[in-house]
Design a protein around this ligand. Structure first.
Ligand SMILES: Nc1ncnc2c1ncn2[C@@H]1O[C@H](COP(=O)(O)OP(=O)(O)OP(=O)(O)O)[C@@H](O)[C@H]1O
Length: 341
């Protein structure tokens, strides 16, 4: 749905040029929720604003639903932009317009008939749960409600793509979760491709299918959220994963708890249905290797349950090796952190 090809962006500041994106290549599939995570200044905002050409890339191509946006004249670009909604960290609502008027605004710009605008506004306000607030002004709304107005407005022209620029960063954790649930709901109901940028791993874990990690204007790691989350390759990715406390604890447990000799420490990862099956217990019974769990967590990535355990296996190397082999045969991911001895 969205292809970014060798995208470069340099800002000019007097005589200097500031490189913000240095060769981004990305292919975002139709219907997926794709997250880009990065620290402040990494290039997230520039990247998402290049997708609808609010920021024009210095070089490279932006292809959306088969159309190369970088090759369009101003009028055609305006037309294409209609199919890309955008929401912002600080909502960007018209303060002098009511909720209903804010949502109607893009439809009026598109010169839709009045009856159709009325119908569409009602439909959108119902979708985001704001029917009862349609005559209020933005100043009378909570942050979460303002973002709901932003979402309704972004969906007015039936976009194929929704771009979310740090859409939950100004919200408290509970409101963040309700907005994330709404985005997930919209993605499922309307089959809209969603691209979001964030500096919070929690946001990625809750709703994204795939993630790209951006650092210094480059994508340093990209893949399915489960793969990137459970097997991070880049130091920046690891830093973000440490934000999610249960995983940070797992690392610490290994240092703290390693005790007797003849004990091997492993990290076992369960994903999907495996999470609920007694594979670990069965294997240990069959191989007669006692084990003790040092740390563990079970959680969810979007719809997928996962678990990770750090365990000590007792016994000589060959018996433990056999147990590890059996766990892997059952499809579990087993990483030996430290062998016995
Ligand atoms: N209009 C601009 N003029 C000059 N430099 C800019 C401009 N916008 C961004 N930059 C620079 O480009 C780089 C990337 O900025 P960008 O805002 O895309 O990062 P970000 O990851 O979104 O950061 P944040 O989370 O703090 O918003 C930074 O070095 C920033 O200072």
């Amino acid at each position: 749905m969205i292809q970014l090809q060798n995208l470069h962006k340099e800002y000019r500041a007097g005589k200097h040029s500031i490189p913000a994106l240095t060769g981004i290549n990305m292919n975002i599939e139709k219907g997926e929720i794709f997250g880009v995570i990065g620290h402040s200044g990494a290039g997230k905002s520039t990247l998402i604003r290049c997708i609808n050409l609010l920021e024009r890339p210095t070089s490279g191509k932006v292809i959306v639903d088969g159309v190369d946006l970088t090759s369009l004249d101003a009028r055609s670009l305006q037309e294409q932009r209609r199919y890309m909604g955008m929401i912002f960290q600080h909502f960007n609502l018209l303060s002098s317009a009511t909720v209903a008027e804010n949502v109607a605004f893009p439809l009026e710009l598109a010169k839709r008939p009045k009856v159709e605008i009325r119908r569409k506004v009602n439909e959108l306000l119902a979708l985001v749960g704001l029917e009862a607030h349609q005559d209020k002004y933005p100043a009378q709304l909570s942050g979460g409600q303002k973002q709901r107005v932003g979402i309704a407005r972004a969906l007015a022209n039936d976009p194929k793509v929704l771009l979310c620029d740090e859409a939950t960063s100004a919200l408290d954790p509970q409101t963040t979760n309700s907005i994330l649930t709404l985005l997930l709901d919209i993605n499922k109901k309307l089959h809209i491709t969603i691209v979001l940028i964030t500096h919070e791993m929690h946001v990625i874990r809750s709703i994204c299918d795939r993630v790209g990690v951006i650092d210094g204007g480059k994508i340093v790691e990209m893949g399915k959220v489960a793969d990137v989350f459970l097997k991070p390759q880049h130091s920046t990715t690891r830093e973000f994963i440490e934000q999610v406390a249960d995983f940070a604890d797992l690392q610490e447990a290994v240092v703290r708890e390693k005790s007797a000799e003849q004990r091997t420490i492993v990290r076992i990862t369960f994903l999907g249905e495996q999470t609920y099956q007694p594979i670990l217990f069965q294997t240990m019974k069959e191989t007669d290797v006692p084990f003790s769990i040092l740390q563990g967590t079970i959680s969810r990535m979007k719809d997928t349950p996962y678990g990770q355990l750090v365990a000590e296996l007792e016994g000589d190397e060959s018996r433990v090796e056999n147990a590890v082999k059996m766990l892997r045969l059952h499809g579990l991911d087993v990483e030996v952190i430290e062998w016995a001895g």
